[in-house]
Design a protein. Structure first.
Ligand SMILES: [Zn+2]
Length: 165
């Protein structure tokens, strides 16, 4: 379902992610550590120093989505998630090794696995590079959850080419 509330669009135009980020960064260090721990399964690079930026970015994305600036189709995204989980079981380890446990999206480079309290935590999704083709091994790529989400909504031919390389 796509919301096209104009007041939300207006809000987004005035919205200032820096204000939101500063509000997080002003919280005591112990609070930011807790925020980062909650966020770590979504983004393995989360820590007390970048959590303000990470939360501000995802906040902006949620608003954009609600304002209909990004089309959402919950059924399609649930199906994609299911496919990604299935692909992880089959090809996860191979694909993580292929990208050396780092998000392959141009300009990202987030870590896809971290050691947290002595345990390895993977935080990634498997994207189908060319969405029109079958999810065969050579058409798959491990991305961080954020880039996966963005790429799933994007049909840019140039990005398809970039990811192929
Ligand atoms: Zn990424």
């Amino acid at each position: 379902m796509v919301y096209r509330a104009s007041w939300l669009k207006a809000l987004f135009i005035r919205l200032n992610p820096e204000m939101f980020r500063d509000a997080i960064n002003e919280r005591p260090e112990a609070t930011r550590v807790l925020f980062a721990q909650d966020y770590i399964s979504y983004d393995a690079s989360a820590d007390k120093d970048n959590i303000g930026d990470l939360l501000a970015n995802s906040f902006v994305e949620i608003i954009k989505m609600a304002a209909g600036l990004v089309d959402t189709d919950t059924l399609a995204s649930a199906a994609r998630q299911k496919q990604s989980d299935e692909l992880k079981r089959r090809y996860g380890e191979y694909l993580l090794t292929e990208v050396e446990y780092t998000c392959a999206f141009p300009g990202c480079g987030r870590k896809l696995s971290i050691i947290h309290k002595g345990k390895v935590i993977h935080s990634y999704d498997i994207a189908t590079i060319d969405k029109k083709k079958a999810p065969a091994l050579e058409n798959l790529l491990a991305l961080c959850p954020r880039c996966y989400g963005l790429y799933s909504l994007d049909d840019d031919k140039k990005k398809v080419k970039d990811l192929r390389q």
